[in-house]
Design a protein around this ligand. Structure first.
Ligand code: ADP
Length: 239
């Protein structure tokens, strides 16, 4: 039992370490931009302030991830995955994550958020959902093509909140789709072409199922990928 718990905590730590890399990418991207501007000798003050705000936001994300890592350490003798549920507006969360991810791409890509409802509040763990949605959007941006926008949709369907992330990117080979949530699995059309660890989607799957939700990936080579996450609006009774 203890071994299982220690293993669960260790694998969760691996996933967190992977997820910390995304906001760190933002930090280093903007740091490089500032360095380039500074090197040109005439950085405009407003642009500098804007970039610094993004750095601050990314640092906040890293802070919350590291907080969770510290919790894992403290709870290493209890099962990992205790959700910190609190009223969370999924529309606002998706918009925030989409803006961060678009900014991290330094204006190369567009992330469009379509909201079917003005707000969608459920009892969820906001830090974990933020990581899950950030992972999906970052994948959509990474594997996208031809400057097509990434579309994020937030809707309500009966007692479910539905978040959909769609790209017009390279797609996933149909035969490999069933393996896509396996830790460390990377599809044959990305290996050697795109950097990655294959840990992100496994982490998203973990977070979504912890919330009692479901995740489905649909994809066509050369057409694009759509990932649909469904989260129950009511907290499961047996938790
Ligand atoms: P990685 O770190 O390689 O991006 P993930 O665990 O996030 O790993 O995703 C697993 C694999 O699923 C990726 O390596 C890639 O083959 C595939 N994948 C995930 N999202 C997309 C997407 N939006 N478009 C195309 N392939 C994707």
């Amino acid at each position: 039992m203890l071994t299982t718990t220690v293993q669960a905590a260790a694998s969760r730590r691996d996933l967190l370490i992977h997820d910390i890399r995304t906001p760190l990418g933002t930090i280093s991207g903007y740091a490089q931009l500032l360095l380039r501007r500074a090197a040109q000798g005439g950085p405009e003050l407003l642009a500098l302030v804007d970039a610094l705000q993004h750095i601050e936001e990314a640092a906040r994300r890293v802070g919350s991830l590291l907080g969770e890592l510290a919790d894992l350490q403290a709870q290493s003798d209890t099962p990992a995955g205790i959700l910190r549920r609190q009223p969370t507006d999924l529309v606002q969360l998706a918009r925030r994550v989409a803006a961060d991810s678009q900014d991290a791409s330094l204006g190369t890509w567009h992330v469009v958020v379509l909201q079917g409802v003005p707000e969608l509040v459920g009892l969820w763990d906001p830090a974990r959902l933020e990581r899950a949605i950030a992972n999906l959007i970052d994948n959509a941006l990474k594997y996208n093509r031809d400057a097509r926008p990434v579309m994020v949709t937030v809707q309500q369907a009966d007692a479910w909140a539905v978040v959909r992330v769609a790209d017009g990117g390279i797609g996933i080979p149909a035969a490999e789709l069933p393996r896509i949530f396996k830790r460390g699995y990377r599809a044959s059309n990305v290996v050697g072409w795109f950097q990655g660890t294959g840990l992100g989607l496994a982490g998203v799957h973990h977070i979504v199922t912890e919330h009692g939700g479901t995740i489905v990936v649909e994809s066509q080579i050369g057409i694009g990928t759509t990932t649909t996450v469904r989260l129950p609006l009511e907290e499961p009774r047996d938790e």
